[in-house]
Write a protein that binds this ligand. Structure first.
Ligand code: SF4
Ligand code: SF4
Length: 89
């Protein structure tokens, strides 16, 4: 039996309008890199100004698209669907 390998991930797409600023993605990302829960080391950043309600989601250069994980952890733990993994065609 041949087992098809999943296509690699090419990028993470972001829909800020779906984000509730729960920060699960930041926690998940820090776990991927350091096995700890520390948003400061996350390579996805939720930048939210409560006064103006401005929200920006930034994917930093250190993101390795979660190599060695079954799927990108930030996407997996974003239950709102604000983050999605796009696969290589
Ligand atoms: S894909 Fe992985 S490494 Fe990249 S931002 Fe998401 S959790 Fe972090
Ligand atoms: S996990 Fe999703 S909803 Fe939560 S902060 Fe991250 S992008 Fe926003």
């Amino acid at each position: 039996m041949t087992i098809e390998k999943e296509s690699p991930i090419s990028r993470i797409t972001i829909k800020p309008e779906k984000c509730t600023v729960c920060r699960s993605c930041e926690i998940a990302c820090s776990y991927h890199f350091k096995k700890e829960f520390n948003p400061k080391i996350s390579q996805i950043k939720i930048i939210f100004d409560p006064k103006s309600a401005d929200l920006r989601i930034s994917q930093e250069n250190g993101c390795d698209l979660c190599k060695n994980e079954k799927s990108p952890l930030c996407v997996k733990y974003c239950v709102r669907g604000a983050l999605n993994a796009e696969k290589v065609e």
